[in-house]
Design a protein around this ligand. Sequence first.
Ligand code: DAH
Length: 353
Amino acid sequence: MFEKISTIEKEVIDKLQDINTTKELNDIKVAYLGKKGLINDLSSIMSTLEVSEKKEFGKKLNEFKAKITSMINAKQQSIDEEELNARLIEEDIDITLPATKIKVGSIHPIQRIINEIEDLFISMGYDVVEGPEVEQDLYNFEKLNLPKGHPARDSQDSFYITEEMLLRTQTSPVQARTMENNKEKGPIRIICPGKTYRRDNDDATHSHQFTQIEGLVVGENISLADLKGTLEQFARKMFGENREIRFRPSFFPFTEPSIEVDVSCFKCGGKGCSVCKQTGWIEILGSGMVHPHVLENCGYDAQKYTGFAFGIGPERVAMLKYGINDIRQFYTNDLRFLNDFNRIEGGNSNEAK
Ligand code: DAH
């Protein structure tokens, strides 16, 4: 019997030497240590032994089992190490291979202008709000003092969806919505950037879809001087520190008085050049004092409150600032144009290629 144990031990040692996978090791484990394995077979001999032999054999058998178990465990550890080394070699990455170039987009020129204008007005304490692009006639026109049949509606040829719904032709309806939603009917200071739509034929200066930034300030004692100071800040931030602005009378149904704002030419400094058509001034936006009808239409007491409003065209600002002469370039997404623009701006190093 004791011989049998040493034979089996030798056998296991030999077998362990020959193998090098976990699967083979598991087979050995089952064959020797398993329920129906050889070592359990040996235990069954016990019942045939004398009491005196039983004790010694039992002890020997336990030691043997422990020995085999630890041999198998040691082998498992060395197989694991080898398998890991093999995998590390196999999965080695060749860092000399050229990497795949990842194309990253960049901020659209119009969005850059909007971001810049937002930053300026946020620094002056304005909130940035949004309104719906599919708008009611009520807000786009009626509350802004443009009742049905008003001739000024003709200048904003509209995409109507139903008789009462249209794609907004301007961001001005957000003025009406903001005043109406302000339950306390207290002071307001907002800008609203967004897309606007008009049924124009696209050409170098017209696009059926474009952007606007609306501004609205309402409060007690708000005056034209406040409007002028605010727009001066805007002109200087966008067109340079030395810019002056001037007001010209104009007409918008929702402002009284209405004002067209010019900025002194940033190219020639006011002497006259091709950019300012020799006048020294460039028209940049429309504005005015909020018409009392508009305040009243939106629940404000026009005796107590006054306000000013303005509408900026980011496309126009971008065209002037960067010398772009065709508005369609912003919307045809020609990467050559967008990348040129990125270079002008110092762009983003990951610009699209
Ligand atoms: N909504 C006007 C337009 O699209 C622009 C405008 C002019 C907005 C004067 C204003 C304003 O808020 O006061 O032509």
